[in-house]
Design a protein around this ligand. Structure first.
Ligand code: URA
Length: 210
């Protein structure tokens, strides 16, 4: 782990993550918690966005006040679990464009297989935040980042709720230029590629498919 990895230690994020981890948390609560954690992650990930002063008139006086400037944003959800983070991010970043990358893990090899890729036409001009709640082996995130770089994108950030040290190391080895935000870095991966202690299968828990 290096200075390119940002662990969000805010007590609200940590509390909500703990509730989300519990196997007793219901699907509707899990989905809401992921959305709320994503909102707070959006706040942290955008902390260094540039601003510029514009002139506005309040009901009381004319003044100069800051607005966000610089590159426009694009959120890219890695299907399907990334979609659980999308609404929370959009809550805070309503003008962002949205892209989707469909990847699934081959259960034998744990390698990422791509089946869908759709991003806005002007994506190479945008700051792209990739959403992948579970950075386990890192294969999906690394493949998504490689594809996005291949599409000409130069400004990339990765948002994950949980990471395994193995996944972080893999993504950092392949994409040392991409900063990563996580709510927690867990102990390890198990033999099935699940994060330990983790929270189980994020997609299944968001969509209630198991
Ligand atoms: N994907 C998940 O949803 N959970 C894990 O623990 C690992 C990958």
């Amino acid at each position: 782990m290096n200075e390119n990895v940002h662990v969000i230690t805010h007590p609200l994020v940590q509390h909500k993550l703990t509730v989300a981890r519990s196997e007793d948390t219901t699907t509707d609560n899990f989905r809401r918690l992921v959305r709320e954690i994503a909102q707070m992650m959006a706040y942290e990930i955008t902390r260094d966005l540039p601003t510029e002063l514009i002139t506005i008139k309040t009901p009381v006086a004319t003044c100069q006040a800051p607005v966000i400037s610089g590159k426009k944003l694009c959120l890219v959800s890695i299907l399907r679990a990334g979609t659980g983070m999308l609404d929370g991010m959009i809550d805070l970043l309503p003008n962002a464009r949205i892209g989707h990358i469909g990847l699934y893990r081959d259960p034998e090899t744990l390698k990422a297989i791509e089946y869908y890729f759709k991003v806005p036409d002007d994506v190479q001009d945008r700051l792209v935040i990739v959403l992948d709640p579970m950075l386990a082996t890192g294969n999906s995130a690394a493949a998504a980042l490689a594809h996005l770089k291949g599409a000409g994108i130069t400004s990339l950030r990765l948002a994950c709720i949980l990471a395994a040290p193995e996944g972080l190391a893999a993504v950092q080895a392949e994409h040392p230029d991409v900063p990563i935000w996580v709510a927690a870095v867990d102990e390890r991966l198990n033999d099935h590629g699940y994060i330990v202690p983790g929270l189980g299968d994020a997609g299944d828990r968001i969509f209630g498919t198991k």
